[in-house]
Design a protein around this ligand. Structure first.
Ligand code: UGA
Length: 441
């Protein structure tokens, strides 16, 4: 099929490249010349595991190209995916300005007598966006919905770091076409995928996306609260999660306790659905609690640190931080819990030495403070520290031996915010090892 992808950010580029791999002809449209040039030279403007290789292959085979030319891309395509960003408003709802401007450009590129096309929103958006905003904009073209074009919503469920796998081998494909013809055309793009397809209306598809992320975030906040209870009682949350997760109705996925969830999706999507529930006068208590629990959870690390130090004040104490990224294998620090943790440490007068293998550059834009020192070497961060908090479970941090913490730190206290270390490794050492939900061990 001939596919146009509007927006070559994370979702757009992964979607376009994967469709090209599946044998479709893909044109990616962006408004930034530099990005278009890079894609045509098979250089991905974003980092995602395996993307460069796949992009090279599909560009070389002539199945994927990028352009600034909206008209050409729209006219040549049977199906158009809108994959632009939807940032949050301060009240939590998602800003659809880029979706609207993409729809406007598509409408301008429509021509009378054109072959039937379906415009599909892939961007995560507020419920109702496809039907109440995108469709009316397209109708301004004077073409008729249902006759000349269709609309649909097809949410993405791509995790950063494993996005190609998530796209090519999904658990499910949700298709929200506004009529039978659109449903069929969207489903055709997924021919050959071995995944169940769920056909719904566009608004339901939008809610499925927000509810899926909200449920996963709620699972994390739930296990984090259980971790805090377990810690007080003296049980290990890992064993609790294992036992709970063995129930197939619950599953053990997304039951890793830690310092809370971050990233560009969970915090944003939970807030959007919560805000919508309030607007509709059915405020969701569970979503509210999920957000609240995730706000408090990062600060557990500081509480554990103080308890272990047996001191109330962190003033002038040198504290080491390992990791800024919201999860390992990414340089993304959006809504990462490293930010509130470091802010709180600085507010309490601590001197913070911190590092991350790839997210350093992005983190520099987040906090500037004379008491915050960003260093690239793990040793330089640990040396003379009176406490260390592991915030992101990068492999290189998991590999630090107890002997190393002991040798470098002034006061070898390690707070494992991600349950990254085997507790047994520290039993024989003099490192004071504390972890979220570890209990009495
Ligand atoms: C998430 C979803 O998992 C994707 O399905 C979705 O498509 C994507 O958002 C999106 O909306 O685009 P992503 O943000 O890449 O993907 O990150 P995850 O791997 O889901 O992790 C999110 C956060 O939860 C991380 O901070 C991670 O450390 C935390 N987490 C995850 C836990 O604290 N415990 C867990 O058990 C799992």
């Amino acid at each position: 099929m001939k596919i146009a992808i509007i927006g070559t950010g994370y979702v757009g580029l992964v979607t376009g490249t994967c469709f090209a791999k599946k044998g479709h002809d893909v044109i990616c449209v962006d408004v930034i010349q530099e990005k278009v040039d890079m894609i045509n030279q098979a250089i991905p403007p974003i980092y995602e595991e395996g993307l460069e290789e796949l992009l090279k292959q599909t560009v070389k085979e002539g199945r994927l190209k990028a352009t600034l030319d909206f008209k050409e891309a729209i006219q040549k395509s049977e199906i158009i995916f809108i994959c632009v960003g939807t940032p949050s408003f301060s009240n939590g709802l998602l800003d659809d300005k880029y979706v609207r401007s993409a729809a406007t450009s598509i409408a301008q590129a429509f021509q009378e007598g054109q072959e039937y096309k379906v415009v599909v929103v892939k961007s995560t958006c507020n419920p109702g966006t496809t039907t109440d905003i995108v469709k009316p904009i397209l109708e301004k073209s004077k073409l008729t919905s249902g006759k000349d074009f269709g609309v649909g919503m097809n949410p993405e469920f791509l995790r950063e770091g494993v996005a190609l796998k998530d796209f090519l081998a999904p658990d499910r494909i949700v298709i929200g076409g506004n009529d039978e013809r659109s449903q069929q055309l969207i489903a055709k793009t997924y021919e050959g995928f071995e995944a169940p397809i769920l056909q719904v209306d566009p608004t339901t598809a939008e809610i499925i996306k927000l509810a899926s992320n909200s449920f996963l975030a709620m699972k994390i906040s739930f296990i984090n609260e259980i971790a805090n209870i377990a810690e007080k009682i003296g049980s290990d949350v890992s064993s609790i999660a294992q036992g709970v997760g063995m129930d197939e109705r619950i599953s053990n996925k997304f039951l890793r306790a830690g310092l809370g969830y971050g990233g560009s999706c969970f915090p944003k999507d939970v807030s959007a659905l919560y805000q919508k529930s309030k607007e509709l006068n059915v405020p969701s208590k569970l979503l509210e609690a999920t957000i609240e629990a995730n706000k408090i959870q990062p600060l557990r690390a500081i509480k554990l640190l103080k308890e272990t130090l047996e001191e109330e004040s962190l003033k002038d104490k040198r504290i080491a931080i390992l990791g800024f990224a919201f999860k390992p294998d990414t340089d993304d620090v959006r809504d990462a819990v490293s930010v509130p943790i470091i802010e709180k440490l600085l507010a309490e007068g601590a001197i913070v030495y911190a590092t991350d293998p790839v997210a350093m550059k992005n983190f520099k834009k987040e906090i500037e403070n004379e008491n915050l020192h960003l260093l690239s070497s793990i040793e330089d961060v640990l040396i003379s520290a009176e406490g260390c908090i592991l915030v992101t479970e990068w492999k290189e941090y998991k590999d630090i031996s107890p002997a190393k913490f002991l040798e470098l730190m002034k006061n070898p206290i390690l707070i494992d915010g991600r349950r990254a270390y085997e507790h047994d490794r520290f039993i024989e050492s003099d490192v004071k090892y504390k972890a979220i939900g570890l209990g009495n061990k």
